[in-house]
Design a protein around this ligand. Sequence first.
Ligand code: ZN
Ligand code: ZN
Length: 186
Amino acid sequence: MQLPLYTMTLELVIKIFQTYLIPIFTYCAPIWTNDIRSNNNIQKLNAVFTNYIKKYLGLPKYAHNAAVHYYCGTWPLYNAIKNLAQTAATNINFPPNCIDGHQLTFANNDPLPIYDPETEMEDDFPRKRPHISRNRYFRRKQFRDIFDVNHYQNCTLERFHTKKTDECKCLYCGNALARDHKCYDS
Ligand SMILES: [Zn+2]
Ligand SMILES: [Zn+2]
């Protein structure tokens, strides 16, 4: 039996995450997001959402995160929570002098800059948002093509790699192995 997740629209899949998981993360977020600063922790947090979306798209976990956000119109979880936390913190209004002139450490943080996934994407990623099918088979095929996930299987470089290099040549014809190169059945 197919899991219902796989026949839903992307909008619904995101809505489910927003409804059931975002509230867990936004609980006390103005405080705890203030304490996570290491990139490693931010990446772990972001992976909760990107892995969820990648599973829906049929992509492996190593698929490029920014491109996933670009095609889905989403934000990294950290940015989304920070943004919600910022709004929550600036909505706390205390009467004048009620905390003896002390300030909440998290209330005056600068907001994160607007997230722009395109700046992190390699140039050869198509800059057009595709229609995302509700059919799991088509969706998986479409996204595995866009992300070129079979690249390393058709590349002369033997080591596993997710980023194309100048040395990448097609195993079958010897030409440069671009994202849209087709001379084999993928
Ligand atoms: Zn290669
Ligand atoms: Zn070829």
